[in-house]
Design a protein around this ligand. Structure first.
Ligand code: AMP
Length: 290
């Protein structure tokens, strides 16, 4: 695996690879790699000849300075994991490389405004977050110019925001969704899990349990979103360490709230576990009922 810290060096290499007719996949990450990220690499390898992983903790998408400061960083370990998983090129730029005109509120740099998919859910609780995501993804798309890019369904709303960005701004990159990967205890892999105390980690198991409960009720024939949400609330209320931010049942594309579910829906959840904010989601699909 080759590591690049500057846009100029990466671009020179990618120009050479493009000349050889190589199909290029991009896997954007903020590092602190885990099994979820590794699954994205495997999917990228199935779709391309060359896998580029970016590793950049994007200051523009954090709406809390503390969250940015405390975000886990482990560049050397990440490079070793990425190389072992088959990443060909890693791009780990500085903030100046990505935002040469700065990021402060006084900065006159243009930025991307995320579309309608960004409005509710995490967009409501984290103002500016998805604009920061859309801006950095547009920058990475322009630097790497990949044929395809892989994004995890763990961040389901982010995936929809990026699909919309790609379509409306004509990037014409194939966006490949990757299934959410869970640990043995059901908890979705997330870099922020590293910040949980053992008791918090244990309490967090209630989150996947609540989502699985909602899916069981759906499979048993329940179609009323309010009933599913109440059942999830009851499960989460059994630990004082969890403070739900939202629990919603939305349609799988526009992410608009649904009251009565037809054939499919996405259950979306965000909560605070101690000082850490975490998200999770699950698909309800009548076609999956056995
Ligand atoms: P992050 O480093 O958290 O910004 O995530 C980078 C990419 O990995 C995003 O496309 C995420 O959706 C994806 N990802 C993170 N956690 C998981 C997971 N548990 N399962 C699947 N994809 C994930």
């Amino acid at each position: 695996m080759d590591l690049y810290n500057t846009k100029a060096e990466l671009s020179a290499r990618l120009t050479a690879e493009n000349r050889k007719g190589r199909r290029i996949a991009l896997v954007p990450t903020m590092g602190a790699l885990h099994a979820g990220h590794l699954s994205l690499i495997q999917i990228a390898k199935q779709h391309a000849d060359l896998v580029v992983m970016s590793l950049f903790v994007n200051p523009k998408q954090f709406n809390s300075g503390d969250d940015f400061k405390n975000y886990p960083r482990s560049v050397e370990q990440d490079a070793a994991m990425a190389a072992a998983a088959g990443v060909d090129l890693m791009f780990a730029p500085s903030t100046e490389q990505i935002y040469p005109s700065g990021i402060g509120s006084g900065s006159e740099a243009p930025q991307v405004t995320a579309g309608s998919a960004s409005r509710g859910l995490c967009g409501a609780g984290r103002p500016g977050h998805f604009d920061g995501v859309a801006t950095v993804v547009a920058i990475l798309f322009n630097i790497v110019r990949p044929d395809c890019a892989v994004f995890g369904e763990k961040d389901y709303q982010q995936l929809k925001v990026i699909e919309q960005l790609n379509r409306v701004l004509h990037f014409d990159i194939e966006i490949i969704p990757a299934p959410l990967v869970r640990d043995q205890d059901g908890i979705a892999f997330s870099s922020r899990n590293a910040r949980l105390a053992p008791a918090e980690r244990e309490a967090l198991q209630l989150l996947p349990r609540a989502l699985f409960k909602a899916r069981e009720l759906f499979w048993a024939g329940e179609r009323n979103s309010a009933t599913l949400i109440s059942a999830m609330q009851a499960t989460l209320a059994s630990s004082p360490l969890l403070r739900p931010e939202y629990l919603e049942v939305v349609d799988t594309e526009l992410l608009e709230r649904i009251e009565k579910i037809q054939d499919r829906a996405q259950v979306m959840a965000a909560l605070w576990c101690g000082a850490v904010r975490l998200i999770d989601n699950i698909r309800l699909d009548a076609g999956e009922i056995i």
